[in-house]
Design a protein around this ligand. Structure first.
Ligand SMILES: Cc1ncc(COP(=O)(O)O)c(C=O)c1O
Length: 427
């Protein structure tokens, strides 16, 4: 999907598109009691289609979520699936009844693997990014003196966790900074390339930072690191479900993400991808039935990283329902829409004279939009929520992360709110 060059151009294009075709929304509104269904997208979406998407979510207009980097609401289909399957287990928790969950979990695995362009045996369905990062932190074999290079913007589970390992086992952790206002991908590659040595065994990155919104050029960084045989781990908490991620194209050796963030899936579910030829060399963190011992020949591939005793089977099955939701809209369309909303929001912030922390360039950013708050950050956030009904976060400044459940009107409302709170924000 082509991104608009300015907010006004984009809004004009949307208005023209909406006028040209009878809208999907008006067709549904014409029914006496419209069912909350979402038709499969077959043509370029207009605003009325995105209104239909918004209608799949239960939040109220006075309490609009715009904090996808932290937690997303799930569409009704996902919530209903969790509820239905939980009830099913409570009605009959026999082995006989629960036997079906094996197939359902495998269906979820296959669906997310296909969307990410990898094989199902390379995907572990874990609880969240934190767990997946820690599996890599603790599972990659390292000796005292081996070096791990990390981004100083990594989440603590991909940052402090490496330093804890260093304190226990004598590995060396090197933190890398990037320029605060990068304008080229070279500015994001060079500091990492300069930090790699013959002793570096792991380069551990974040695809899109939750504290700046900067998107690292992961593909290029993988190429640099792989020339030295270094394992590249990527925290994808802010990219799975927000960008159209193809893990083979990205080229990383492992990738961690949470289903309850941009993927809009069930809560406390996530994934760890490990490239096929790396799986054998990485230890699982938890030893429970299914950890992949020689006595368990049926535990194939990355499944050994998800052994955790009894799991929430309804939740794991509903990950597949989340994948269906993305499929209905189209994974590329979701990514395109996130980019559009983020561009309109950042342009709105800039037009108000605010200083962006996140690059305007969509090639250097994703859906995370952060602006500086030299004034009272807490009061700004509370004001936006209480007076304008927009729920954001105070991470790295004022952070707003619009997703497909947000309409253009929500984004406009957020920008108006920032304008109204100018005095509080600027101090
Ligand atoms: C980049 C990044 N990694 C990891 C996490 C942790 O995610 P979770 O709490 O779902 O494990 C977050 C949470 O915001 C994050 O932004």
């Amino acid at each position: 999907m082509k991104r608009p060059s300015t907010r006004r151009t984009f809004l004009a294009a949307m208005a023209a598109g909406a006028a040209a075709a009878p809208s999907a929304l008006s067709a549904v509104r014409a029914r006496p009691n419209p069912p909350p269904f979402l038709p499969k997208l077959t043509a370029r979406p207009d605003e009325s289609y995105w209104e239909l998407v918004r209608a799949q979510f239960a939040f109220r207009e006075e309490r609009v979520p715009m904090n996808a980097a932290n937690l997303c609401p799930s569409p009704r289909s996902v919530a209903a699936r969790v509820e239905e399957l939980t009830r099913d287990i409570d009605r009959d928790c026999s082995f006989n009844n629960r036997a079906k969950f094996r197939g359902l979990t495998e269906g979820s695995r296959a669906a997310v693997a296909a969307q990410l362009g990898v094989g199902p045996d390379e995907i572990a369905l874990v609880r969240n990014t934190s767990e997946a990062n820690n599996t890599i932190n603790n599972g990659v074999p390292l000796r005292a003196g081996d070096e791990v290079v990390i981004w100083d913007q990594n989440h603590p589970t991909n940052n402090v966790a490496w330093e804890v390992r260093a304190a226990r086992f004598g590995i060396v952790v090197k933190r890398v900074s990037v320029p605060p206002r990068p304008t080229t991908i070279e500015a994001l590659i060079d500091p990492f390339a300069a930090a790699l040595t013959d002793r570096t065994r792991v380069l551990s990155l974040t695809h899109v930072s939750n504290v700046s919104g900067i998107r690292l050029p992961v593909r290029e960084l993988c190429e640099v690191a792989h020339r030295r045989g270094i394992h590249v781990h990527v925290d994808g908490a802010q990219s799975w479900g927000a960008l159209d991620v193809d893990l083979r194209e990205l080229g990383c050796d492992s990738y961690a993400a949470s289903a309850h963030k941009w993927f809009m899936g069930p809560k406390e579910a996530g994934l760890l991808y490990v490239r096929e030829d790396r799986i054998g060399g990485i230890w699982p963190n938890i030893v429970a039935p299914g950890w992949g011992s020689d006595a368990e020949p049926d535990v194939r591939g990355a499944r050994k990283f998800e052994s955790l005793g009894q799991r929430d089977d309804a939740c794991l099955a509903a990950v597949g329902t989340g994948a269906e939701f993305h499929e209905t809209i189209g994974v590329a369309e979701v990514g395109g829409r996130v980019g559009q909303l983020a561009t309109v929001l950042k342009e709105g912030m800039a037009e108000l004279g605010m200083t962006l922390v996140t690059p305007m360039d969509p090639g250097l950013s994703g859906g995370v939009c952060i602006m500086e708050v030299p004034g009272d950050r807490r009061a700004a956030l509370d004001g936006l929520y209480e007076q304008h009904g927009i729920a954001g976060a105070g991470t790295g400044g004022l952070r707003l992360c619009p997703h497909v459940y947000n309409t253009m009107a929500h984004v406009e409302r957020a920008v108006e709110g920032i304008g109204a709170l100018r005095g509080v924000i600027l101090g």
